[in-house]
Design a protein around this ligand. Structure first.
Ligand code: SF4
Ligand code: SF4
Length: 294
């Protein structure tokens, strides 16, 4: 067991300076490192694009970086962005479906900076397997995207789930995913890790079900939920679904705020976002590294 010096930030200090967990921290910057191209499930709204400088949404990055390149980029950005407080792994695939890369990246950066906040987002499928290792690596904030707690509904959202070498479909796939999401969140929160649950609001599919998801994750210790509207991307199964309008999403957030605090300021960022939430400077770094496209 490593000795923790009191000079290092506590998890509460880290929450205070994390712009996604505390809207009062809007002057702090976060940096997403796009080292995780693969995914182990298939969401019907997902289209991942590599080499795309013009689009701003999850799953998009100009390049995939190796852990070594990610650390180099971090050192460059740290020099230029003194208010950088958070390093996040947010795809473009799933952080835990690329666990070796995630682990190496966080280890390299921890060698350079003992205090920076580590944040990670995942679909949660592999959380029970990796939760303890994430804690060892110093991850303090984890976001799990969880769109349903009913396998019947989940089967409409997920095309398949690849788990332990087998591809599952339909309700079985959704049930495996949900079971792991819930037990993974519980493992993390029981050890003091801060968990946020992202919920994609999909009109006609899970919109009426969202309060049930929020209730469920509250019971297992989630701190906040982030209800985001579906972006019906061309080429995805859900490309022709209707958009949730502002009024509808705000009403849902208000309703769920009775249960758990809500995030109102999410920007649905790119997998290589850098800067404060209001000022993404990732484009300025897009020509610096030469990783292979996948
Ligand atoms: Fe895409 Fe993320 Fe779903 Fe994987 S978990 S299919 S990367 S949206
Ligand atoms: Fe924060 Fe939302 Fe951007 Fe994630 S997608 S970094 S939660 S603002």
């Amino acid at each position: 067991q490593k000795e923790i010096s009191p000079k290092y930030k506590t998890i509460a200090d880290k929450t205070d300076t994390h712009p996604c967990y505390n809207c009062g921290a809007h002057n702090y910057a976060r940096m997403h490192l796009p080292i995780a191209p693969k995914c182990n499930i298939s969401c019907n709204y997902c289209v991942r694009k590599y080499d795309c400088p013009n689009e701003s949404r999850p799953g998009v990055t100009t390049k995939i970086l190796t852990p070594e390149e990610a650390c180099e980029k971090y050192l460059e950005v740290k020099e230029r962005v003194p208010n950088l407080s958070v390093i996040g792994i947010a795809g473009p695939g799933d952080a835990l479906a690329n666990f070796e890369e995630t682990k190496k990246t966080l280890e390299y950066i921890r060698n350079e900076d003992k205090d920076i906040t580590f944040c990670l987002s995942t679909n949660g499928l592999m959380l029970p397997q990796y939760a303890n290792e994430l804690i060892e690596l110093g991850v303090s904030h984890v976001t799990v995207t969880m769109n349903a707690v009913e396998p019947k509904l989940g089967a409409k959202i997920y095309k398949y789930v690849d788990y332990m070498g087998v591809r599952y479909f339909g309700e079985i796939a959704a049930a495996i995913l949900m079971t792991n999401q819930l037990s993974g969140i519980k493992m993390l929160t029981s050890k003091g890790i801060i968990c946020k649950v992202n919920i994609v609001m999909i009109k006609g599919i899970n919109d009426n079900h969202i309060p049930e998801v929020v209730n469920k994750v509250k019971k297992i210790g989630a701190t906040i939920t982030n209800i985001m509207r579906l972006i019906p991307v061309q080429g995805s199964e859900f490309e022709s679904l209707p958009l949730v309008n502002n009024k509808e999403i705000m009403a849902m957030r208000k309703q769920c705020e009775e249960i758990l605090p809500q995030m109102y300021h999410c920007k649905q960022c790119r997998a290589d976002a850098i800067g404060t939430l209001g000022n993404d400077i990732s484009i300025e770094y897009s020509k610096c590294h030469n990783s292979e496209k996948v």
